[in-house]
Design a protein around this ligand. Structure first.
Ligand SMILES: Cc1ncc(C[n+]2csc(CCOP(=O)(O)OP(=O)(O)O)c2C)c(N)n1
Ligand SMILES: [Mg+2]
Length: 545
C-alpha cells in the first residue's frame, strides 16, 4: 500500500477515474491538493480563474460540451459560496459537475470558533444544489469518496456532487489504497412498462415526442431519432434538448411547436423532461390530460408525477429506455403517412413568426450563418439570447447550452470558456448582454492566459435592458437601477491583451464572425445596440393560419 498525503490520494484517485482537467482557485486550505496537482502536472490541465463562479461555470461548460465530468477545486466557505450560482445552474440543468472544496482543520469543524473561511454546516448548506456530499476525515478514505462521487455522477440523474477535505487531512500521510476507475451500468427500463408504452405508441394515430435535456445528457439522440422515424412522430425539444434531433429533420421542432401539435396528439412520450409547461400554462393544462395517453421516461423517479400525472411512467436511462422502446414498437407499429409537408409548413410558419422580432432575429441568424454546424452556442439572459432559445436552428446535440430554469445572469461567457476548453476542435461562441458579461469580465484574463479561442459577443445597450423595458412599459417609466456605465469595450479588450471588434449591424457582425472564426484566437466583439422589443411569438392556431 503506498503512503500518500491526502492531497496525493485525491489527485491520484482523480487521475484513475479519468479526470484530466480541473478548474481551480487556490488558497491556504488547498495548498497540499495543489502541490499534488503540481506533481502530476504532466497529466492534469489546471485552469485557474479569477473568481470561483468562473471555476464552477467552466466545469459545467466542460461537462456539457464533452459529456464527461467537469471538475473544480475551490476554497471552503466564501470560495464555495462564490461558486453557488453556477452550482445551482448545473443542478438545474442536470450537469455532472464535481465540486471539490476545503474545510477548516478537522478537529474544529462545526464548533463555531470562527476560523478562516469557516461557515456552519457547509455540507448542509451546499446540499440544496448538489445531489451528494461527503467529508473526508483521513487520507485513507479519500479514494473511496472520490470513487463514490464518480459513481454518483455517472448513475441516476447527473447533478453536481461535493467533496470536502480539511487541510490537515490533505497534508497528513497515511497508507492509501487507490481504486480502479468506476465502471458500471446505468439502469434500464422495466420490460412490462416498455411493452405497454410500445403498444400505446404503436397503435397511436398521431404520436408525439417531447424531448428534454435528459436526451442530451443521456446521449440518447440516435435512439430518439430512430423511434421518431419509426412512428413518424414529431420531436419537440425543450431549450436544453436543442440539437437532440437536427432542425433540418422534418420531425425536429422547437418547444414553441407544442401548442400547435400537443392538442391533436393522442399519445405523447415525454422523454428526459420535467415538462413544467403542463403545470404553468392553463392552455396546455386544458389539453394535456384530455383522452391522451401520457408516457413519461425519466432517470429520476422523483420526477414521476411531479408536474403532471403520466399514464405510464418508466424510470430508466434515456438511451436504454428509448432503445428498448424502439425495439418493442416494431411489434405493434403501423405505417403512418409522412408528415413531411405538414411539418415543413409548420416550421416555415414558426420561422416567419420569429423573424418578426427585430433586430434579435437578424443578429441571431447572422450568428447561425457563420457558426459551423457543429459549433457551440452559449446563450444568456439577454435579448438575442432569449430569441435564440425560441428560434435558433440547432443541428447537432451538445451544441446549444442554456442556464435552464435558473436563468443565471453571468452564465454565458464563463460557461463558454469551459466548453471551449473541453472541445478545442470546435468553434464556440457566447452571446452576452453588457449586464451579464460583466459578472465574469475578469475571466478575459483567463481566456488570454490559457489561450482559449472563444468568440464572445457583448450586446451592449448600456442597461439591464430586460428589466429597464419592464420599468418603462409596465411601471410608467420608473427607471431605477437599470442604466449601466460600461468601459470602452475595445480598450477593455486591448487592456486584457485580446482582439476586440465592434459590429454595429447584423451584417457587420456576420462579417466579423466570418473573419474571426477562421482563426483560433480569443476574441471579444462588442455589438452596440439600442433598446429591443420583447420577443413575441404567436401560436399558429391563434394567428388563425
Ligand atoms: C443572477 C441573476 N441576477 C439577476 C437576474 C435578473 N435579470 C434578468 S435579465 C437582467 C438584465 C440583463 O441585462 P443584460 O445582460 O445587459 O441583457 P439585456 O437585457 O440588456 O439584453 C437581469 C438583471 C438574473 N436573471 N440572474
Ligand atoms: Mg444590456
Amino acid at each position: 500500500m503506498p503512503i500518500l498525503t491526502g492531497g496525493q490520494a485525491l489527485v491520484q484517485q482523480l487521475k484513475r477515474e479519468g479526470i484530466d482537467t480541473i478548474f481551480g482557485l487556490p488558497g491556504v486550505q488547498l495548498d497540499w491538493a495543489f502541490d499534488a496537482l503540481y506533481e502530476e502536472r504532466e497529466h492534469f490541465r489546471v485552469i485557474h480563474t479569477r473568481h470561483e463562479q468562473g471555476c464552477a461555470y467552466m466545469a459545467d461548460g466542460f461537462a456539457r460540451a464533452t459529456g464527461k465530468i467537469g471538475a473544480f477545486l475551490v476554497v471552503p466557505g466564501p470560495g464555495l459560496l462564490n461558486a453557488g450560482g453556477a452550482l445551482s445552474t448545473a443542478y438545474a440543468c442536470s450537469s455532472p459537475v464535481l465540486c471539490i472544496t476545503g474545510q477548516i482543520d478537522s478537529q474544529h469543524i462545526d464548533k463555531g470558533r470562527g476560523l478562516l473561511h469557516e461557515i456552519p454546516d457547509q455540507k448542509g448548506m451546499i446540499s440544496h444544489v448538489t445531489k451528494w456530499q461527503a467529508l473526508a476525515m483521513t487520507p485513507a478514505e479519500i479514494p473511496g469518496i472520490v470513487h463514490e462521487a464518480i459513481r454518483q455522477l455517472s448513475t441516476g440523474r447527473p447533478r453536481p456532487v461535493e467533496i470536502e477535505i480539511p487541510p490537515d487531512v490533505l497534508e497528513a500521510k497515511g497508507e492509501v489504497t487507490l481504486l480502479d476507475a468506476w465502471s458500471g451500468e446505468r439502469p434500464g427500463p422495466d420490460s412490462d412498462l416498455i411493452d405497454r408504452a410500445a403498444q400505446a405508441l404503436g397503435a397511436s394515430k398521431r404520436p408525439l415526442i417531447f424531448a428534454g435535456g435528459g436526451i442530451i445528457s443521456g446521449g440518447a439522440w440516435e435512439e430518439l431519432q430512430r423511434l421518431s422515424e419509426m412512428l413518424e412522430a414529431p420531436v419537440i425539444m425543450s431549450n436544453n434538448a436543442k440539437g437532440a434531433l437536427s432542425d433540418r429533420h422534418h420531425l425536429g421542432l422547437p418547444a414553441r411547436a407544442m401548442s400547435e401539435l400537443g392538442p391533436d396528439a393522442d399519445v405523447i412520450l415525454f422523454a428526459g423532461t420535467r415538462f413544467v409547461q403542463g403545470l404553468m400554462s392553463p392552455t396546455v393544462q386544458a389539453w394535456l390530460t384530455a383522452d391522451k395517453t401520457l408516457i413519461k421516461l425519466d432517470i429520476d423517479d422523483q420526477e414521476m408525477g411531479r408536474n403532471f400525472a403520466p399514464t405510464i411512467g418508466i424510470v430508466s436511462d434515456a438511451k436504454k429506455g428509448l432503445g428498448a422502446l424502439g425495439e418493442r414498437v416494431e411489434r405493434y407499429n403501423h405505417k403512418r403517412e409522412s408528415l413531411r409537408e405538414e411539418m415543413l409548413s409548420l416550421k416555415q410558419y414558426l420561422a416567419d413568426d420569429a423573424a418578426k422580432t427585430s433586430p434579435q432575429a437578424e443578429y441571431s441568424l447572422a450568428i447561425r450563418a457563420e457558426l459551423p454546424e457543429d459549433g457551440i452556442f452559449l446563450q444568456e439572459s439577454t435579448q438575442v439570447g432569449y430569441w435564440s432559445s425560441a428560434a435558433f436552428p440547432v443541428y447537432q446535440p451538445r451544441t446549444y447550452f442554456t442556464a435552464g430554469y435558473q436563468g443565471t445572469l453571468g452564465f454565458g461567457f464563463a460557461t463558454a470558456l469551459g466548453a471551449q476548453v473541453g472541445r478545442p476542435d470546435r468553434k464556440v461562441v457566447s452571446v452576452n448582454g453588457d449586464g451579464g458579461f460583466f459578472y465574469n469580465v475578469q475571466e478575459l484574463s483567463t481566456m488570454v492566459q490559457q489561450k482559449i479561442p472563444l468568440t464572445s459577443m457583448v450586446f451592449n445597450d448600456n442597461a439591464y435592458g430586460n428589466v429597464k423595458r419592464t420599468q418603462e412599459l409596465r411601471f410608467g417609466g420608473h427607471v431605477i437601477a437599470t442604466d449601466l456605465h460600461n468601459p470602452d469595450m475595445l480598450k477593455l479588450a486591448e487592456a486584457y491583451g485580446l482582439e476586440g471588434r465592434r459590429a454595429k449591424t447584423p451584417q457587420e457582425l456576420r462579417t466579423a464572425l466570418h473573419e474571426v472564426l477562421k482563426r483560433n484566437d480569443p476574441v471579444l466583439i462588442e455589438v452596440p445596440v439600442g433598446p429591443m422589443p420583447q420577443a413575441r411569438f404567436t401560436p399558429r392556431r391563434q394567428a388563425g393560419r
